[in-house]
Design a binder for this molecule. Structure first.
Ligand code: SF4
Length: 223
């Protein structure tokens, strides 16, 4: 890999360089690239799936009902969205909000890894299946792994990866919302956790992730 290390100050310029991306078919139907928003100094980063209708129009992730829920959950642990950084696996809206396709994720994932490298969060909370599977390198569904943190190396640094239910799924499932709220309450403790020194930096962050896969792949969408 020849890319230079990404610094926080580079993030805005990097966002501008992605604004005209046409690496995958999603470039055709989008209003704009939804790169990410929040503090480049955030200790806590959220990674969702892909922009929806409102996000595509406004250019900001998590601005619809799921975004409101995310803000409420953040307020519950004393944070505002300006304190964290929010991004998605895909930066462009899939038509009809369909699931991301593997080739789209493959084309787009570099942007996410570079964001993580620049922001250097202590904790990356993955919202739903797609972000969790991509950043954990495992195929376990979110129902199995939510609320179970693991230390991984991303962007050359140790971070706590913390899978959570996607707020959009929790909106319509009260029991899931309860679990999401409960999982959220553990976030402050995870941010303040002491992490080990980074492992040797690999060419591909996804290859640095720990522990072998023990389960077959399960495609569960947001669940
Ligand atoms: S989804 Fe990602 S790879 Fe595809 S066009 Fe948008 S920014 Fe580029």
């Amino acid at each position: 890999m020849s890319a230079m290390p990404m610094e926080r100050d580079d993030l805005q310029a990097y966002a501008a360089s992605v604004a005209n991306c046409s690496k995958c078919r999603l470039a055709q139907g989008r209003t704009q690239v939804v790169f990410g928003s929040g503090s480049p100094h955030a200790e806590l980063m959220f990674v969702g799936e892909a922009p929806g209708f409102h996000e595509d129009k406004q250019g900001i992730p998590f601005v619809g009902q799921a975004g409101k829920l995310l803000e409420r959950l953040l307020a519950g642990i004393g944070l505002q969205r300006e304190d964290v950084y929010i991004a998605n696996v895909l930066k462009c809206r899939p038509p009809g909000n369909r699931d991301p396709q593997p080739d789209e994720i493959e084309q787009c994932e570099t942007y996410l890894f570079r964001q993580i490298e620049a922001i250097e969060p202590k904790c990356v909370a993955t919202l739903g299946n797609f972000a969790t599977k991509l950043l954990s390198g495992k195929q376990l569904g979110i129902t199995r792994v939510h609320g179970q943190e693991q230390e991984v190396t991303l962007g050359g640094r140790r971070v706590v990866l913390y899978p959570l239910y996607h707020p959009a799924a929790a909106l319509y499932t009260p029991k899931m919302l309860e679990v999401l709220e409960e999982d959220f309450r553990r976030i402050p403790g995870l941010i303040s956790r002491e992490l080990l020194a980074p492992e040797p930096v690999p060419d591909h962050p996804e290859l640095a992730l720990a522990a072998p896969v023990a389960e077959p792949a399960v495609q569960l969408g947001l669940f």
